[in-house]
Design a protein around this ligand. Sequence first.
Ligand SMILES: [Zn+2]
Length: 83
Amino acid sequence: MDSLLEGKRMEAYAEHRTEDMNHCHLCERIAYKKLRGKEVGQKWICIDCLKKLKEILDTLDEWEEEVAMGEEMKDQLDENLGL
Ligand SMILES: [Zn+2]
């Protein structure tokens, strides 16, 4: 465990009560109430990571097309190899 990070966590603990704290499951950041975030499933995720996720989700259609295209090419390859 990184001692600097551990120190920061202890600091954070001392400054705020645990109920005011959230722990982002993506970037491992300790966040207080003033930092916005959302619970996704059982995991709390900070606003910065949510923004990144949104960017990913916004391009998901594009990505899915790419994946589908990749799958088609793979099927084609398998067919070619089968012949
Ligand atoms: Zn985060």
